[in-house]
Structures are given as structure tokens and as C-alpha cells.
Design a protein around this ligand. Structure first.
Ligand code: TRH
Length: 382
């Protein structure tokens, strides 16, 4: 069988896990669902290992789930450029690689995969060409998004099938919880996953849960929020395995999970607090209530993103329900008093499930990001 087209995906890890989270998810899906050979260049394999423990940070070259993974070091070893080149999330390609692309008889198709946003300008920029200032190359902007005319969001072909099977299988969920040393689900209890940046809003929300009537079990994979969790509990530090009790609230500190198990955590909870872009999309596909904390940018550049997503998500929603969502998301992103915003939000618990299902239907109308990328490349290569 003839090997399929070759794709190179370049990823730099700025901080956090979003860049590697998105590029790894994309690379894995492309290999699994299309006849493609994918090489993923990553400058920080240690971060990669956190979301995919099989990765050996000591290796320059390794294969995982059929993806050829390369350490992106400077200077890059001399390699033949692939047929399709993805410059992901504002990373810059090495100069000598760009030169090598320009020297190819058939120039590679070069795409700049941008950050996901609900802002209105996104559709207008999607698929626009940008000629290289010096070399005979054109780069295309590929804009993920939630609406027609954008590149869509990531969604593997197996995702909904596996989610539905897991959510319908009490035994599988019990095993999942036991492996994490967390008690199995109890009637009347609320389970919440928490993945966020450092924020005093965590302490405010915990206070509200602790004082509330409903038992709340909050699952926190280790990372940035632990500072606030520790402060709330009067401790100086916390490690995976720690369990804190305060009033109606029990908090479990979990180890960081691999991406697939993190999905299961989202599927198993009643409400998911997520951050950045990739966990946000996974929370959308989990189908539960969700609260989003955006990656904070200089001069408040993240606020238009929050407002745009709120506008889109709340469109057609009853005013009081939309107001409850806005207040919680806003206080959560402001480091503010999220606690008082919880009860009005949770009063709509059933409606969040319905909204989530309708939102997923609208995302499906845009098709998935990997499929849209492949379609775009096939059309451009004709
Ligand atoms: O880690 P993030 O805050 O990433 C951010 C944003 O993407 C932001 O836009 C970017 O510019 C900045 O990084 C530098 O959040 P995000 O995008 O949700 O990525 C987290 C990844 O980590 C996602 O793929 C899910 C994964 N994850 C696990 O695999 N296991 C876990 O236990 C957790 C909590 C997350």
C-alpha cells in the first residue's frame, strides 16, 4: 500500500498544557482516522509526558499511537519538509525549515492553526492566504470556531460512542473512581471537577459549597488551583491523595490524569470547571454543566473571548438563566466572589444538560476540526 501524505505539526509549549494538548489530540486523530503519516515536533517533552505518560522525555524520536514524535530542538536536524505543514498556535517555524519548504518542487501546503475563539471576526479570517514576505510560499490561516465558516473544534469519531457507553455503565464508573481512591457515586451528591488557574474565586466557591445543603465532592487534578485549595484548608501545600472535608464539601486532590482519563473524569461529573481551550471543548462534549476560566492575557485581551462565547452560548436562552451563567463565569474569571453566584447557576441544573445537548448539535453542523483540515488540504492540493 502506498504511504499516505506526510504532515508535519510544530508545537511549542509556552506554559500550561493547552498547546501540546491540542496538537497531540489532533495528531493522534489524523493518524487514526485518515491515511496520513504524521510527525509531531514538540519542544517540551516533559510537559507532553504529563498528559501522555508513555512519552519518554529523553528520546529525540519515538512513536506513540502511530504518531512520529520528534524533539524540536534548535537547530532543527535537516529533514525533508512534509506535504502539509501545520504551524500550531502561533509558534514560528525554524528558518531553515521554511527555506527547505521553499526549495521543494511542489511546495508544501502551509497552515497556521490558530487559537479557538467565539469572536465574530474569526469566520472572516478563516482560510485566508498570507504570502511569505521573501520566499515563494503562502501560509493559510486555519481558525477553529463554533460557527459555520470556521474550522470547527476537535472531536474524534469514537468520542460520543465511548462517552455514552461510559456514562451508561455504573460498573465502569465505579472502577474509574476506585482507581483514583475516590468513593463511588452516591445519590444526592454533586460531583464537580476543577481545573483552573490560581484564583481566589476557588476559595469563595468552596465556601459556598461547604455551607450548602447538598453534599459536594470536588475532584482537583494537581496543578495551579492547589495553592488556593491549600489556602482554603489552612495548609501550606497539598499533594495527590489529599482529602479535605469542610461542611458539605469534600475535596480530593488527584494526580494529573492522562488525556483519556481526564475525559472520563469530565464524563463522570455533574459539573466541570475547565480552563484554556482544550479542556473547554472536552467539557462541551462531556455534555454536563460547565464553567469556563479563560487563559488570562495582557490588557484583558481574554475578556472579549469570554463575552463572545457567553453571547453565543446564551443565545435563545431565558434571560434569568443566561444571567446566572454570566454572573458565575464573570466572577470566576475575575478572581471574584463566585460563591454567591453558584446557587442561582445550579438552580438550572436540568436546563444546562439540555443546553449542552443543543450546543453539541450546533457544533456538529460545523464538522470536526481534523476533518475540516483534511478537506481543506485536499481541496488546495487538487
Ligand atoms: O493548560 P491550559 O491552561 O492551556 C492554555 C490554553 O490552551 C491557552 O490558550 C494557551 O495559550 C496556554 O495554555 C499557553 O488549558 P487547556 O487548553 O484546557 O489544556 C489542558 C490540557 O491538559 C488538555 O489537553 C487536557 C489536559 N489534561 C489532562 O490530560 N489531564 C488532566 O488531569 C488535566 C487537568 C488536563
Amino acid at each position: 500500500m502506498r504511504p499516505g501524505p506526510r504532515w508535519d505539526i510544530f508545537c511549542t509549549v509556552i506554559d500550561n498544557y493547552g498547546d501540546i494538548g491540542i496538537t497531540w489530540r489532533l495528531a493522534r486523530q489524523l493518524v487514526a482516522e485518515y491515511p496520513l503519516q504524521v510527525r509531531l515536533w514538540v519542544d517540551d517533552l516533559e510537559s507532553f509526558r504529563h498528559i501522555r505518560p508513555e512519552i519518554d522525555p529523553g528520546l529525540d524520536c519515538q512513536t506513540c499511537s502511530g504518531v512520529d514524535i520528534r524533539r524540536w530542538r534548535s537547530p532543527l536536524p535537516e529533514v525533508e519538509p512534509a506535504d502539509v505543514v501545520i504551524e500550531a498556535l502561533a509558534c514560528h517555524l525554524p528558518e531553515q525549515y521554511e527555506k527547505a519548504m521553499a526549495e521543494q518542487a511542489v511546495k508544501p501546503l502551509w497552515l497556521n492553526l490558530e487559537y479557538l475563539s467565539a469572536e465574530a471576526w474569526v469566520a472572516g479570517c478563516h482560510a485566508l492566504p498570507s504570502p511569505h514576505p521573501r520566499l515563494p510560499l503562502t501560509k493559510y490561516f486555519f481558525m477553529p470556531g463554533y460557527v459555520a465558516g470556521t474550522g470547527g473544534v476537535l472531536k474524534e469519531s469514537w468520542l460520543i460512542r465511548e462517552r455514552d457507553a461510559f456514562q451508561a455503565d455504573v460498573q465502569a464508573r465505579n472502577e474509574f473512581w476506585r482507581a483514583l481512591a475516590v468513593p463511588v457515586e452516591r445519590p444526592g451528591e454533586l460531583r464537580v471537577s476543577l481545573f483552573s488557574y490560581e484564583s481566589q474565586a476557588i476559595e469563595s466557591l468552596f465556601q459556598a459549597w461547604a455551607e450548602g445543603a447538598q453534599p459536594v465532592r470536588c475532584l482537583v487534578p494537581e496543578g495551579k488551583p492547589l495553592l488556593n485549595v491549600a489556602r482554603f484548608s489552612g495548609r501550606t501545600a497539598l499533594a495527590p491523595g489529599a482529602v479535605l472535608d469542610r461542611g458539605a464539601l469534600t475535596v480530593h486532590v488527584l494526580p494529573m490524569l492522562d488525556q483519556d482519563r481526564y475525559d472520563r473524569l469530565l464524563w463522570a461529573c455533574d459539573c466541570n470547571l475547565v480552563r484554556g481551550e482544550d479542556s473547554l471543548v472536552r467539557a462541551m462534549w462531556a455534555g454536563k454543566a460547565m464553567v469556563w476560566q479563560a487563559y488570562r492575557q495582557e490588557e484583558g485581551a481574554h475578556w472579549p473571548k469570554i463575552d463572545a462565547l457567553l453571547d453565543l452560548y446564551c443565545s435563545g436562552m431565558a434571560e434569568a438563566m443566561a444571567e446566572a451563567l454570566r454572573r458565575l463565569w464573570q466572577t470566576w474569571n475575575e478572581d471574584g466572589a463566585a460563591g454567591p453566584a453558584w446557587a442561582p447557576f445550579w438552580a438550572y441544573r436540568e436546563q444546562w444538560l439540555m443546553r449542552s445537548a443543543a450546543w453539541q448539535t450546533s457544533l456538529d453542523e460545523v464538522d470536526d476540526l481534523a476533518g475540516n483540515l483534511v478537506k481543506f488540504c485536499n481541496e488546495k492540493s487538487k
